[in-house]
Each structure stands twice: as C-alpha cells, then as structure tokens.
Design a protein around this ligand. Structure first.
Ligand code: COA
Length: 260
C-alpha cells in the first residue's frame, strides 16, 4: 500500500509508522487521518507485525495538532464529520489488538496529544511539549482529548490542560502519568526500538488479552471487569504460547513463543 503522508517500515516484527508532513509539523488533515486509519487496519491484519510505533517525521514535532488551515474552512456539519473521522481513527488504534507505542519526538499538541493518548504506551523525548491548546483557537478537543485525558490523568489535570491551553514539558507529563517513559532526544529512537522489540518477542495473544482487559475494565464496574479478566485468563490456557512460556520457565530456558 502506498501513502502520501506516511512512511511505513517493518523491522523485526515492529512496524514504524511516521507521519510525514514535517513542513506542517505533521498536522493531521483529513487525508492523513484516512491514511492512518487504513494503515492501522492493514498492520492489524498482518501477522508479521507484533508491535506498532507511531511517530512524527522531522526534528520538531510528533504531531502539532489537527490541520488548522483545513479546519478554518469547515462548516459545522463538516467539522462534526472531521471530529468523527479523528475519533474513529483513535478507536481503531485502541482496538487494533496490538500494542501501539507513541514515540513523542517533539510537539504533541491538540490532535497530536489525542493520537498519543489512543496508543497503549507513550514514550517521550525530554524536549517534548504536550498540550490541548484548542481553546486558544476558540475550539475544544475534537478527537477524544477531553475524554481520554480525564481517564488517563484525572479531572484536575484534564481541566488544567484543556482550560489553560498551555503545554507541559515531558518531566511534568511523566509526573501526571501522561507519558510513562522519558529519554534524551538522542536516545529516544534506540530506547523505543528496544522496548518495541522486547514486547514484539512476547506472546501476541497474551498481549491482546492484556489490551482488551485493561481497555474494557477501565470502563466497567469492578465485578464486571474481574469476570472479564477471569474469562480471558482461562482463554490463555487454550494457547500454545501459554504452554511454551510456562514450560520454558520450569526448564529455566528462554521462551520462543509461537504466536498461537
Ligand atoms: N495545523 C496546520 N499547520 C500547522 C499546525 C497545525 N496544527 N501547526 C503548525 N503548522 C504549520 C505552520 O503553519 C507552519 O507552516 P508555514 O511554514 O507554511 O507557515 C509550519 O507548520 C511550522 O510551524 P511554526 O508555527 O512556524 O513553528 P514554530 O516552531 O514557530 O511553532 C508551534 C511551533 C507548535 C508552537 C506552533 O506551530 C503552533 O502553535 N501550532 C499549532 C498548535 C495547535 O494549536 N494545535 C491544535 C490544533 S486544534
């Protein structure tokens, strides 16, 4: 598949997806949102791909937001459709069944932070800046930011970021659990690659089980989530990888998971 605004490379079961509009700080226009959606669907169906890393091209930005020039010309109905397009992309990332890592190499603002928040893991450069600056434009977040930020970081942080429109740095983002790992910019790619290949060597059905339990459980009552976890735990015993992993432990050998 070819993409005008994405660069995709598969290395050792890890798909690296780079949003490639560096002259516009990788701003998300409709074409890019649609391409990302297609790419996620195709990588989700590709058994070679165990982990996806999403990042931005160029030295400055992960994604500096939805494309303001494109939004400026939208009618209310078109804007609702644009919001739905972005929200559906974020859901497809969250539900693609594989761990998606956001490698935040610079500005992650507006739609950029919303994109990162749909990923399972967020790793940031120490120089990154993250925020929801939509109020500066007379807007509110439209790709799920007001909903995912409150779930990830709580009401106080969500209100502060969305009402002030002011970005925070990576150290503050780490302190409020918006990202879970921070690296020096020159080490970011190597450290992310190490994390991605570590996860890519694990059992994919167990990874999917974890993703489903945490996504579903975070929205459910505790007893419902616990029941879901038990069902999923039982299901793992039907996988070859569960036998491979437990037997390897008992024989003190490294596990070579089959992906089945
Ligand atoms: N949409 C469209 N274009 C964008 C963009 C966005 N969200 N963010 C940056 N760009 C474009 C700029 O218009 C500029 O294009 P040009 O060279 O054709 O004029 C180019 O990217 C570089 O941006 P610039 O503003 O010159 O870089 P900077 O280093 O001075 O500032 C930012 C960087 C991120 C602080 C600034 O670009 C910014 O505030 N962007 C908008 C962030 C935002 O509000 N996002 C939420 C949108 S809902």
């Amino acid at each position: 598949m070819t993409y005008a605004n994405l660069l995709i490379e598969l290395k050792d079961n890890v798909a690296w997806v780079r949003i490639n509009r560096p002259d516009k700080l990788n701003a998300l226009n409709r074409d890019t949102l649609q391409e990302l959606h297609r790419a996620i669907e195709s990588l989700s169906a590709d058994a070679q791909v165990r982990v996806i890393v999403l990042t931005g091209s160029g030295p400055k930005a992960f994604v500096a937001g939805a494309d303001i020039a494109e939004m400026n010309g939208l009618s209310a109905i078109e804007a609702r459709d644009f919001s739905n397009l972005g929200q559906n992309l974020m859901l497809s990332i969250e539900q693609c069944g594989k761990p998606v890592i956001a490698m935040i190499n610079g500005f992650a603002l507006g739609g950029g932070l919303e994109l990162a928040m749909a990923c399972a893991i967020r790793v940031a450069a120490s120089t990154a800046k993250l925020g929801q600056p939509e109020v500066n434009l007379g807007l509110i977040p439209g790709f799920g930011g007001s909903q995912r930020l409150v779930r990830l970081c709580g009401k106080a942080v969500a209100l502060d970021l969305c009402l002030s429109g002011q970005p925070i740095d990576a150290a503050r983002a780490l302190a409020v659990n918006l990202v879970t790992r921070v690296h020096a910019p020159e080490a970011l790619e190597e450290e992310t690659a190490k994390l991605a290949s570590h996860i890519a060597a694990l059992a994919p059905l167990a990874l999917r089980g974890v993703l489903d339990c945490i996504r579903y459980g975070a929205e459910a009552a505790l007893d419902v989530g616990l029941d879901y976890e038990s069902q999923m735990f039982g299901l793992m015993f039907a996988t070859e990888d569960m036998r491979i992993g437990t037997e390897a432990f008992l024989k003190r050998q490294p596990a070579a998971f089959a992906g089945k």
